[in-house]
Ligand binder design. Structure first.
Ligand code: FES
Ligand code: FE2
Length: 428
């Protein structure tokens, strides 16, 4: 591992984006033990409301049980392993496997087995319930879960990142809700290319998105200097999270209807000047490992790994619950136009990741390291924003992202620990 990531010197080996064995290890040591984003709490109101998603490559069902407790189960039948829920989302009383008909209730218990009499007396339904994800917690409406049997609490895992997340999630006491459905699309590209970019990369904006910025500029010609020559900060979290944001005294929501509605004075009182001038709407962020968001358009997304060279992007639009319907709709359309699957910015990003991925397969190419040296040594607590920050244009959060990745890749996960020594020697 030490040769793959040099976060002090700022080098990355391209094998971390292409190697199948590293990918398998990543599923086991990075994704399975981490808090992974599942869904927004607004998707669950009544018992039996469910949403199916993935944790790493493991399919899971998220649902509300009879007591309205959020639960998550491995979406795989205990009989021969088919998915017990093949719908994307919906409402149900139980999950019935379409292969041979085993059926599970909202608490994951096996409740119906066709030809039950055909099984031996030792067969007990209590032994064959769905595998439950051991920990599920929410932070301001965002639901995360982990397979780690003894994780740190979600709030602790988010650490200093929560202050930045609140700039999007905590505009008032009512919080956020989802508008529209979930957009899902496949990209050729390792999931880390996207997660890393959202953690650390404002650098690409003026080049990759130049044409989109021109379209967004009222003159229709060239983006104004104040857009191109921005200053700001980048938050560098020791646990691998990251966020970058220009700082501007007149920071605003881009969607006109949203801007006209928002009470910036109230936001200043609630969130403070530093957050309103920065991460309220500006910038990009990643919560390690694979959840990212964009405050300006309420885009939240998860980068599902699908092999070393492919990812599936799942993206939601969230809005303030308190906004009138027309403001919510304006934000939904603005997000669609900019960062929907065919959004004018989103397409630029996907194109870059696919480009990097496609050529990394070359034998010679794969051996040439990548540069992550921008802002090397710039990380500091300058008092402007909580925690360690760097310049807006910097790879600092990217280096931290990969440092965290490397640490987890080098650390055996809970499932790799030897079983506890019971003192009973096997006589054989
Ligand atoms: S695989 Fe589910 S009932 Fe057989
Ligand atoms: Fe971008």
């Amino acid at each position: 591992m030490s040769g793959l990531v040099d976060s002090t010197g700022g080098y990355i080996d391209r094998a971390i984006f292409t190697d199948q064995q590293l990918y398998q290890q990543e599923l086991q040591r990075v994704l399975a033990p981490s808090w992974l984003f599942l869904a927004h709490a607004d998707q669950f109101h009544k018992p039996g409301d469910f949403f199916t998603t993935y944790m790493g490559e493991d399919p899971v069902i998220v649902t509300l049980d009879k007591n309205r407790e959020l639960r998550a189960y491995l979406n795989s039948c205990r009989h021969r392993g088919a998915r017990v829920c093949r719908a994307d989302m919906g409402q149900t009383r139980n999950f019935t496997c379409t292969y041979h008909g085993w059926s599970y209730d909202l608490e994951g218990k096996l409740v119906s087995v066709p030809n039950r009499a055909g099984y031996p007396g030792s067969f007990t339904v209590a032994d064959w319930g769905l595998v439950e994800v051991p920990h599920i917690e929410t932070y301001r409406g965002l639901i995360f879960a982990t397979w780690n049997p003894e994780p740190v609490r979600l709030r602790e895992a988010l650490g200093g990142m929560a202050w930045y997340m609140d700039a999007m999630l905590d505009h008032d006491d009512q919080g956020t809700e989802v508008v529209g459905g979930v957009h899902k699309w496949v990209l050729e590209g390792n999931w880390k290319l996207a997660a890393e970019q959202f953690a650390t990369d404002w650098y690409h904006v003026n080049v990759s998105h130049a044409s989109a910025l021109m379209v967004m500029t009222p003159s229709g010609k060239k983006p104004k200097d104040e857009i191109v020559h921005r200053t700001g900060r980048q938050y560098v979290d020791p646990m691998g999270h990251g966020a970058g944001f220009p700082v501007h005294p007149n920071n605003r929501f881009d969607a006109r209807t949203v801007h006209d509605h928002v009470d910036y004075k109230a936001l200043r009182e609630r969130l403070g000047e530093a957050r309103v001038q920065g991460p309220l709407t500006n910038g990009h962020a990643t919560v390690f490992p694979n959840f990212s968001y964009l405050p300006v358009n309420g885009s939240i997304r998860v980068w599902h790994p699908k092999g070393p060279d492919k990812m599936e992007v799942w993206a939601w639009t969230i809005v303030d619950k308190s906004w009138p319907d027309e403001v919510k709709e304006a934000q939904r359309l603005y997000n669609l136009r900019t960062f929907g699957p065919s959004g004018i910015f989103e397409q630029d990003d996907g194109e870059n990741w696919s480009e990097v991925q496609a050529i990394s397969r070359g034998f010679i190419t794969n051996g040439v390291p990548l540069n992550y040296q921008m802002g090397l040594g710039s990380e500091r607590d300058d008092g402007s924003h909580p925690g360690t920050t760097s310049e807006l244009y910097s790879d600092a959060a990217g280096r931290s992202f990969y440092r965290r990745w490397q640490t987890m890749m080098s650390t055996p996960a809970w499932h790799e620990s030897p079983p506890p020594d019971t003192g009973n020697e096997d006589p054989a």
